[in-house]
Design a protein around this ligand. Structure first.
Ligand SMILES: C[S@@+](CC[C@H](N)C(=O)[O-])C[C@H]1O[C@@H](n2cnc3c(N)ncnc32)[C@H](O)[C@@H]1O
Length: 268
């Protein structure tokens, strides 16, 4: 039987960020159009695949850190295709009580995600755009798993750079921040321009042809997304420098492509 997304008029003529990222990480859920775009970019950016692994490893360390501090509910915005170290796997290694709501607007991600959703009802996937925070927050599937009166972790890992207007991205994050209970954690990872002009231009041009454009930002713009929350040690940094002692550890020769951190909502 053809996968569900085949029936929905999906445009397979353009690369998609979710499938490109899957290819960066060595996955199999990608198409020729994605592989060609990525390989062309890889010729100009030799560290491309490593930067994706660095981002993914940060995600794992952040989830382990937060679950280790007693948080049992997670909202993972811009989930990506299932791969190694999915949020629910890491959180549930720390506590069998952990519950995870995945959100992604890519129908291929949603179809694969549904196959991963645990039968015990501790995880779910919602096919929505992060540009609709209220739809996500009011979604019955989210309300079933997440009690917003309790601390929650909200993850924006490698997704905000697909929102081209910085003010719009800031409003989206703010909407989530304002409904998070004291003791909640906000996780942000974001692509930067640190790699230099040629690499950044190549990446921007490639994503211009994809289903989503990319907008790399400077660390000062990224830090603003944490407004009102307290950054945990070591603050906002290039990702390989964030708690390298937690697993999965960074690789030798880290890059500065991605920047971010983890912040906690203080008591009112
Ligand atoms: C680079 S992947 C990151 C996956 C995962 N968060 C990680 O860091 O390992 C970006 C994901 O964000 C999703 N995405 C991009 N723009 C989005 C939007 N406006 N709403 C929901 N998901 C979005 C893409 O479909 C893709 O799956």
């Amino acid at each position: 039987m053809a996968p569900e997304w085949r029936h929905r008029g999906l445009d397979l003529s353009k690369p998609s960020p979710a499938r490109m990222y899957d290819y960066y990480l060595g996955g199999k859920d990608n198409f020729e159009v994605d592989r060609v775009a990525v390989e062309e970019m890889h010729r100009v950016i030799p560290e491309l695949f490593q930067t994706a692994r660095e981002n993914r490893a940060f995600l794992g360390r952040a989830v382990r850190y937060i679950a280790g501090r007693g948080v049992r509910q997670f909202i993972d915005l811009g989930t990506g295709l299932p791969t190694q170290g999915n949020v629910h796997e890491i959180a549930q290694q720390v506590s069998g009580q952990a519950r995870v709501v995945y959100v992604d607007h890519d129908p291929v991600v949603a179809a694969h995600g549904r196959a991963l959703v645990a039968e015990d009802g501790s995880t779910t996937i919602i096919e929505r755009d992060v540009r609709d925070p209220d739809e996500i927050l009011g979604h019955p599937a989210l309300k079933k798993l997440v009690d917003l009166r309790e601390p929650v972790a909200v993850l924006f890992v490698a997704v905000l750079h697909f929102i081209s207007d910085t003010e719009h991205a800031a409003r989206i994050v703010q909407r989530f921040r304002e409904v998070m209970a004291p003791g909640s954690y906000l996780v942000i990872a974001h692509g930067t321009r640190a790699a230099g002009t040629a690499a950044v231009s190549k990446m921007t041009e490639t994503y211009d042809m994809a289903t989503e454009k990319v907008s790399l930002r400077d660390p000062a713009e990224i830090v603003r997304f944490f407004d009102g929350f307290d950054l945990v040690e070591p603050g906002a940094v290039h990702l390989p420098w964030w708690h390298p002692e937690i697993e999965p550890h960074p690789e030798p020769h880290p890059t500065k492509w991605h920047f971010g951190g983890v912040a906690r909502r203080p008591a009112d």
